[in-house]
Write a protein that binds this ligand. Sequence first.
Ligand SMILES: Cc1ncc(COP(=O)(O)O)c(C=O)c1O
Length: 472
Amino acid sequence: MLSPSASDKEAFITAVAEAAAAVAASYSDSSAFSGMDPYALREEIAGLPFLPEEGIGWDEALRRVKETILPHMLRTWSPSYMPHLHSPALIESIAAEVIIAAFNSSMDSWDQGPAATEIEVKTVNELCTLFGYSGGDGVFTSGGSQSNISAAVCARDWWIGRNGGWDVKKKGLPDTWRRLRMYASGISHFSFDKAAHLMGLGYDAVVKLPIDSRCAIDTEEAERIIERDKADGYLPFMIAATIGTTDFGSIDDIAELRRIADRHGMYLHADAAYGSGAILSSYASRIGDLSLADSITVDFHKMFLLPISASALLVRDSSVLDAFQLHADYLNREEDEEDGYINLVGKSMQTTRRFDALKVCISFMMRGRNGYREMMDRAIGNAEHFYGRISSDSSFIAPVAPSLSSVVFAIDSDDETNKRIRRRLLSEGIVIGQTVFQGRTMLKFTLLNPALTHEHIDGLIERIKELAEELR
Ligand SMILES: Cc1ncc(COP(=O)(O)O)c(C=O)c1O
C-alpha cells in the first residue's frame, strides 16, 4: 500500500516504472492486435493463476502479465486500429491516471477529495463556458451512456415540474405519465433505450425518428410525428439530438430541433458524446450551437483522446440536476454547504466516483486550444481524404460524406465478401469496423488517431481491394 514509508514509496516508483516499461516493450510493430483467435487466447488466459494459496509476488505477476496478457492487448494507438469510437490515450493523461489511482480520491464528498472536488467544479465551469452555457452546471460521469441516461432523468423531472408537478422521486410515475415519450434519431445511441427501460417507460417510449440522406433527423417528419403522438394522447417530453452518430458521425440540426422542442414544451438534449470534440477543431461550425440544448453529453474518451472513463453531462440550468439530489447523513450535511464544502454526490447517479476531471485539466492545460485543434483537424481531415479516395473509386460504395472522422463504406460486392475482408484484416492485426446500413453489411473507419497518415490510409485501401479480389 502506498504510504509515507521510504520502502513503500520505492516499491511504488519501481512498480509504476516497470509497468510502463512493459507496456512500451509490448509494442514492437504497428499492428493493432496479435491476430490470435479467440479460442487460443482463451486457453492461454485460462492458464493464469487466479487466487493462489500463496501470492506469487510482483515480479512474477508482472512476468505473467508480460508473457500472457500484454502481447494480445488491443493497441488503441496503432494506426491500424479504427473500428470504434475508442481512442488512443494521450501520454500525459496516462500519467494523470497514475495520479488518480495513487490518491484514489472519490468525488462524492469534499472530505474524500478536497482538491479533486475543486478541480471538477472548476473544470465543469470552464466547460460550460466553452460550450456556451453561462451559469450552467454539470457533472463527470462514467461515459456517454451514463450522461445520456442522466439527461433523460433530468428531462423527465423537468417536464413533470412544468406540467403540474408530482413527487416522482418518492412516488414514481402516475399511470397517466406512462405515456411519456422521448424522440431521437433512428440511428441514435441505444443508451436512450436503456434510459427508457431504467425509468420504467420501456423501449416503446423512445420514438425513433426518420433520417434524411445525410443521416440526420428529418426535422419536418419529426415534428409531424410529435404532433401525431400528442393528438393520440402521448406526452412528448424530450428530444435527443445526436451530434455525431456512432457509425456515420452525422449531426442533427440543433437549431431546428430547439424550435420544435420549444413549440411543444419539450426538453432538448444534445448527445455530443462523439461530436463534442469538434468544438476545438477548425470544423466547429459543423456541430452547430450546442448551447441551444438544455444539456450536452461530452465524452472525453472519444475525440479528446483521454483514457476511459471520462465523460461529462453539462446542463444549461443547474436546477435540473436536482433530479439526483438526495440527503445522506454520512455524506452531504447541510452545514457543509453553508460553510463552503461542496459535496458533489447530489449531482450524480453514482456515489463513489472517479476523479476523471484531472485528465481533462492536465491535457487541456498542457496542449491548449492550438494543440487540440491540430489533432482534431488531422482526424477530420483524414476522414475527408479517405472519403475522397473511395468515393471516386468504383470498387467502393460510400453512401454518406463524413461530418466528423468516420466513414462507412463497402466494397461493391456481396455482404459475405465484406465480412470476410474484416475478419482477414483482423488476423493481420488491422482492426476496422463493421455495421449495417439499409440492410447491407458495411465496413467502417473511425479515424480518431491523429498519428494516422494519408499514406497509411492509401495502403489500407489497396489492401482491401486486394482482399476483395482474393475473397470474392
Ligand atoms: C453517439 C453516442 N452516444 C453515446 C455513446 C455511449 O458512450 P459510452 O460508450 O461512453 O457510454 C456512444 C458510444 O459510442 C455514442 O456513439
